[in-house]
Write a protein that binds this ligand. Structure first.
Ligand code: HEC
Length: 279
């Protein structure tokens, strides 16, 4: 009895040991539980990564499937699609994304990023000012509140909380150490009140002279909400109105939410040109 047990143990050990035969020449060696070594995880577009994955027929056959593109996982929402029913490539969804179906369905670009087709030069600046028109977001109370907060954080230190160019950095009444080398723009001046939105958008993207760029500080929507808020400051300075109900400043700057949806609002004009970039 004891002999048989010893014999079985020895046979067992021999079997296990033989599974660990070393690699040699063209022979890659045998592996014990190879699944632990070679992950079966999905890898997009990496067909050849599975060349080691050949220890049985099944895995060899599934190589292609493992390395192909896959549909979005059921029940998940791709970035930028929050709040929308996602049903694949439907024209309905396209229309929604473009803001063509309902009030408040603003053309927010996917992933909060929008193409910006303008390079950093005087000609490109002029082109942006000419082409970038109405604010793609309707004027809302929440948007103005957000714009105000962002403006006070990012711009007011120079341009002043009233947008009159008298920020803390340059206002020697409030700040005896004020020594800023350049006068920040006074947005309440006619020049700026009469300038189209493109001038503001372009300045945010590229800055101007000593003013730095804010393209990486503010998202696409945030930039436009800041511009709405600047317009509201201008309206205040002029005794006009620019809010969610009325816009007596200039109808081509922004559309009050109360007015409902306008079909022909172009989010950002401009054909592809130099400096084409996604932002
Ligand atoms: C560090 C100070 C500073 C900050 C912060 C700042 N700016 Fe400026 N900005 C300036 C100065 C200075 C000028 C004038 C540049 C010139 O004309 O030489 C200017 C000019 C501008 C102009 C006019 C550009 C033109 O076409 O003439 C706009 C629009 C503008 N800023 C928007 C903003 C906005 C929006 C913010 C916040 C997101 C901001 N700025 C933050 C200093 C600043």
């Amino acid at each position: 009895m004891k002999n048989i047990q010893t014999f079985l143990v020895i046979v067992g050990l021999a079997l296990i040991m033989s599974a660990c035969s070393p690699a040699d020449g063209n022979f890659g060696g045998s592996e014990y539980m190879p699944d632990m070594v070679h992950s079966l995880a999905y890898e997009a577009n990496v067909y050849s990564a599975y060349k080691h994955n050949t220890w049985d027929k099944e895995s060899t056959i599934s190589r292609k499937a493992l390395s192909n593109l896959h549909n979005p996982v059921k029940g998940t929402v791709p970035r930028g699609y929050a709040g929308m029913e996602f049903s694949g490539n439907s024209p309905m969804m396209e229309a929604k994304l473009r803001g063509e179906t309902q009030i408040n369905e603003i053309p927010v670009p996917l992933n909060g990023s929008a193409p910006f087709y303008y390079g950093d030069s005087e000609e490109e600046r002029a082109r942006a000012i000419e082409e970038i028109g109405i604010n793609p977001f309707p004027i809302t109370a929440e948007g103005l509140a957000e714009g105000k907060e962002l403006f006070n954080i990012a711009c007011a230190i120079c341009h002043g909380t009233k947008g009159n160019g008298l920020g803390y950095l340059v206002d020697d009444e409030k700040n005896p150490l004020a020594k800023y080398p350049s006068q920040p723009a006074n947005f309440t001046k006619d020049d700026f009140v009469n300038s189209p939105n493109g001038r503001f958008y372009y300045a945010i993207m590229y800055g101007k002279n000593v003013m730095g760029s804010f393209r990486d500080k503010l998202s696409y929507e945030e930039r436009w909400q800041v511009i709405h808020y600047i317009r509201s400051l201008q309206a205040k300075a002029k005794g006009l109105e620019y809010n969610e109900k009325v816009n007596t400043l200039n109808p081509s700057y922004g559309r009050p939410a109360a007015m409902g949806h306008v079909q022909d609002v172009a989010p950002e004009a401009g054909a592809a040109g130099e400096g084409t970039e996604h932002e």
